[in-house]
Design a protein around this ligand. Structure first.
Ligand SMILES: [Zn+2]
Length: 182
């Protein structure tokens, strides 16, 4: 008989300094991840992240990983934007696009109407059939390095690394009922 199964475990996986929305700047945080492990005879054979949170070491409040996007720098080139996923936490954060004022207003209005929590982030994707149109959807940020996590005008933004070279340096406008890159 082969004993095979799965279990979940939560543990601290990273730490660093950040600006806590409650305590202010110069705080330290702990990144806590929950993983689902597959095992054979209780020896782990693989895991995947099923949840993560950033915990302030001072006030113990838990935040979405998007909270670390606050002081993020711009990804400097299309080449760097397209580099493969990063294993370091800091290598996950970078600003690929910027939002122009009308786009900020429209996203805020859509978010207010949606009833989504404050933890959702905005995913920006190019539209395949168009050189200018982009889609804007609400999503959850996961700091696994597959996406760039950044922010513009206080709105957390994620961009898939596979499409990031195409979007790098774009400013996102809202014109005639559509999001476009300029
Ligand atoms: Zn705090």
């Amino acid at each position: 008989m082969i004993i095979w199964g799965q279990y979940e475990r939560e543990k601290p996986e990273d730490s660093g300094r950040f600006t806590c929305p409650r305590c202010g700047p110069h705080q330290t945080f702990t990144l806590v991840r929950t993983r689902n492990y597959s095992h054979i005879y209780f020896i782990p054979i693989g895991s995947r992240v099923i949840g993560e949170r950033v915990e302030c070491d001072s006030c113990r409040t838990a935040f979405s990983v998007a909270v670390l996007g606050g002081d993020t720098l711009a990804v400097p080139s299309a080449f760097e934007a397209g580099l493969d996923h990063s294993t370091s936490l800091s290598g996950t954060y970078g600003n690929v696009v910027e939002l122009l004022p009308a786009a900020v207003e429209e996203i805020k209005a859509r978010h207010a109407k949606s009833g989504f929590s404050h933890d959702v982030v905005v995913r920006v994707d190019p539209v395949r059939s168009s050189a200018r149109l982009v889609t804007v959807t609400f999503d959850e940020a996961v700091a696994d390095g597959q996406d760039w996590i950044g922010q513009s005008c206080g709105i957390p933004i994620i961009v898939d690394r596979r499409v990031a070279p195409e979007l790098q340096g774009s400013k996102i406008a809202y014109q005639d009922g559509q999001f476009v890159r300029t």
